[in-house]
Design a protein around this ligand. Structure first.
Ligand SMILES: Cc1cc2nc3c(=O)[nH]c(=O)nc-3n(C[C@H](O)[C@H](O)[C@H](O)COP(=O)(O)O)c2cc1C
Length: 443
């Protein structure tokens, strides 16, 4: 079994109260790019494979039908377009890669293919593209859609979006570029082709109006884990971003392997990076203190905004006291997501358990900050858990770490304590064996 890969998930590095915790920079707050450069340098010294940025453009507004609480408490907002930030992180590093997220539901493939081609040039072949099928109404409204697209339609569009992008990246092959000063010939037109795509969602003539990039195309990542999501991405995906407990991981791995085989692909070459939140300190006691600090900072309005956005249900409509079973019923009636937080809570407490709104929100804060599933301890303790988990799921991939602590502190602790401990044990894949991100994250 080859060793683990590591990546850092910086999708939420300052929201949900992180900005106010000790360890965030004073006087140079988000989105000062120097914070990101610092994280990139520290992570590269540790040999971390990739910094990853999820994205979404909508401000949570399900709670009380208003975005006020999300704005006031910094819940899942603000979020920058991280493309330009990545360019500036690349300038101070030379080996670590960068994963960027763009929505196939709302963007146009020509724009995204061209942008990622340029970023692959700027980073010298260190770009990954996480293609998402956006699920949230708050995003839809920013792009002129009155309603969310249906789940399967979003994935059909994602499939077509990726076929267009891949055709565009292939439309100008490296061999086509001559650049001969003596003759003045720049390129061989016989090798450069329009793609002439006419589909359900897009019409694109092509070719891409750009130079072939170091990787040819970005490393392709996908995250949704429904059967339709897995099936659609099996055609192109090179690395998957997954989540779940051990059983969920095993199920996802098996479903992905089967889908890859159906698509005629070699499943042994596609790794999964598992979302893993961790607080690591020099001692388990110190780690527990940091966790308590995160837990202490909560406000019912902030939790309401977070939960309502993520579940797609306005928790402000709940009565003061209710049973867990009534909660599920209310969420179902409101067309919210019954898995995730709500499902986990009912599984934990049983459907007859009586809850007040405050109690629900206290659980909700642990969920919002990820504290209900955070690995917390000394580097040795957390490394033990990871080694055990990696062996149990059969390897092939690794871990995408996030932190509920302030940035850059949380990521510095992971870079300076956890990753070196894993490397000392020989648990990690070699750091940066190749020149490109694709080579460096290969399983
Ligand atoms: C680990 C993970 C990370 C995700 N990151 C994003 C993201 O950054 N932006 C986004 O719009 N959607 C994101 N999604 C949502 C997916 O693109 C998709 O819309 C959602 O998972 C529903 O699809 P599914 O039913 O196939 O899971 C993420 C999903 C998962 C599981």
């Amino acid at each position: 079994m080859s060793g683990m890969h590591t990546a850092f998930d910086l999708s939420f590095a300052h929201t949900e109260g992180r900005w106010a915790l000790p360890g965030s920079w004073v006087g140079a707050p988000f989105p000062d790019v120097r914070i990101y450069q610092e994280i990139a340098r520290t992570a590269e010294r540790a040999g971390v494979g990739m910094l990853f940025f999820g994205d979404g453009s909508g401000i949570p507004d399900t709670w009380r039908g208003s975005m006020d609480a999300a704005l006031e408490w910094g819940i899942q907002w603000p979020r920058q377009d991280m493309g330009p930030m990545v360019a500036s992180m690349a300038a101070v590093t030379s080996r670590i890669g960068f994963g960027l997220t763009y929505s196939s539901t709302y963007h146009h493939p020509f724009t995204v293919a061209r942008l990622l081609n340029s970023l692959d040039h700027v980073t010298g072949g260190r770009i990954a593209f996480n293609v998402v099928a956006s699920a949230r109404g708050a995003d839809a409204a920013n792009y002129g859609f009155a309603e969310r697209m249906d789940h399967d339609e979003r994935y059909d569009r994602l499939g077509e979006f990726m076929r267009v992008c891949r055709a565009l990246w292939a439309s100008v092959p490296a061999e086509a570029i001559i650049a001969d000063r003596a003759t003045g010939r720049f390129a061989d037109p016989a090798l450069i082709h329009p793609i002439d795509h006419v589909g359900t969602h897009f019409r694109v003539k092509g070719p891409l109006s750009s130079m072939p990039s170091p990787q040819g195309s970005p490393l392709l990542v996908q995250a949704g884990n429904s059967p339709k999501g897995i099936e659609t991405s099996a055609e192109f995906v090179e690395l998957v971003f997954g989540f779940g407990g051990l059983e969920g991981k095993r199920r996802h791995r098996a479903a992905l392997d089967a889908a890859l085989e159906r698509a005629g692909r070699d499943a042994s070459t596609v790794g999964i990076l598992w979302a893993t939140q961790a607080i690591v300190a020099r001692t388990s006691r110190e780690a527990a203190e940091l966790r308590d600090e995160v837990a202490a900072f909560w406000d019912p309005e902030a939790v309401g905004a977070f939960l309502s956005h993520n579940v797609g249900f306005d928790f402000a409509t709940l009565p003061f006291r209710f049973t867990a079973g009534e909660l599920v019923e209310a969420v179902r009636a409101g067309q919210g997501a019954q898995g995730g937080f709500v499902g986990a809570l009912v599984a934990e407490l049983g459907s007859d358990a009586v809850l007040t709104r405050d109690e629900l929100f206290e659980h909700g804060w642990r969920h919002a900050t990820g504290l209900d599933h955070t690995l917390c301890g000394s580097a040795e303790q957390v490394a033990d858990l990871l080694e055990e988990d990696f062996a149990a799921i059969g390897g092939r991939g690794g871990y995408m770490f996030s932190s509920p602590l302030a940035a850059p502190r949380g990521f510095a602790d992971l870079s300076e304590l956890l990753v070196p401990e894993l490397r000392r044990r020989g648990a990690l894949a070699p750091a940066y064996p190749g020149r490109t991100l694709r080579e460096n994250l290969a399983v």
